[in-house]
Design a protein around this ligand. Structure first.
Ligand code: FES
Length: 134
């Protein structure tokens, strides 16, 4: 059964304004939103940009808003989230858009580096606090 994706599009190198484009996507019970985006990129819009990596719900790179809720596209089955076979697919709303569904993760990744230092060590709370202050 085909569904309709309304996808946020914006390429700052050619677009003066963001826009949405509509795509028809064939879907079955197990089809994920990421499967739908891959279909669009292969069949309709080769310049559609999004991130994906593991396709297992581990890396988080396919995070996006699907019908206004932040979800992992690779773990979200289309028919679990669509309203009347319609889905609005957008970038994460708290990060700057680079192009289409790709957002700037630099700030997030830098914060993540700082967190990992505390989790992966056997430092005492006093030493962690000392590191934070320096
Ligand atoms: S591709 Fe890794 S969580 Fe979706």
């Amino acid at each position: 059964m085909p569904v309709i994706f309304k996808v946020f599009r914006f390429d700052p190198s050619i677009d003066s304004q963001p826009r949405y484009e509509m795509y028809e996507v064939p879907a079955e019970k197990e089809t994920t939103v990421l499967d739908g985006l891959i279909y669009i990129k292969e069949k309709s819009s080769k310049n559609l940009s999004y991130r994906r990596s593991c396709r297992e719900g581990v890396c988080g790179s396919c995070s996006m808003r699907i019908n206004k809720i932040t979800r992992l596209a690779c773990k979200t089955h289309i028919f679990d989230v669509l309203d009347d076979n319609f889905g609005q697919i957008e970038h994460l709303d708290h990060l700057q858009v680079i192009t289409d569904l790709v957002v700037d993760l630099e700030h997030f990744l830098n914060d993540n580096k700082n967190i990992r230092i505390c989790i992966n060590t056997n430092l005492t709370a006093d030493k962690i606090e000392l590191i934070r202050k320096t």
